[in-house]
Design a protein around this ligand. Sequence first.
Ligand code: NCD
Length: 303
Amino acid sequence: MKKMDIISTRNMSRDFIEDVLEKTKKMEPIAKAKKQVDMLKGKTLATLFFEPSTRTKLSFMAAMNLLGGTVVGFDDPRTSSVKKGETLADTIRVVEGYANAIVIRHPNEGAAALAAKFSEVPIINGGDGSNQHPTQALLDMYTILKEKGKLDGLKVTLAGDLKYGRTVHSLAYALSKFDVSFVFASPPSLRMPRWIVSDLKSSGISIKEIDSIEVKSDVLYLTRIQKERFPDIEEYQRVASAYILDEETLKELGEETMIMHPLPRVNEISHEVDNDRRAKYFVQSFYGVPTRMALLAMVMADI
Ligand code: NCD
């Protein structure tokens, strides 16, 4: 079996994405029933979290558990040998001896790709700095497919911190393999990086960039302003409340516009919105389990 790493959606093919979505559909009943199967019995997943995480880490753990496998790992690098100055390359070389696959989240862009170079076991990128978060994008795609019944022909608005938000970078590339049009809504200082826009345009995608929030799309995907990535806290404070979806803005929202958010939210979506039928962010976070089950089975059991 050839090693399969999941590092970025940039070069992911439409066929691969569709394959993941089909496999996710098969995993969904197991995730819903929360009843363990033995597909990955005897296998071990290592989770190396060099940055905070709730959903990504716990849903990977739940997914591995549901497939009958075991999880080892750390979520506070201060309690690992990283604290003693161990390099990422050495950590990976050691951990590959303990596990059949490794999920890594790291503040440095390119950390997962680097880990993949050193590792003989599959590496799954759980987020590398502002760069990519491919497994989030796949669960986002699954959510859109479930709710809209299709991925082609949709108008998708990505809003908030498009500069530092890795979820929107990954999702934009994944969606660009389908027939979609984009609205990128952000403060001018938090625009989607130019090289990503030019990559997307070269695949023939239409992109509109605006400063206000666009509420009439098929999908409105909001994001948290990524405070931890700002070199200057004052710059963060200037844009911290740039876009807020509350009862007022909800009145303007399209009848069939689904509201998504990778979570955690800070103030972008007020709690009154949660009960609106168009709010899908909690079901979206649930789909992290079947999506990650599919990915774990693909990289470890070659399904
Ligand atoms: C995101 C992340 O870590 O990039 N969280 C997640 O995995 N759902 C989004 C964020 O932190 O804003």
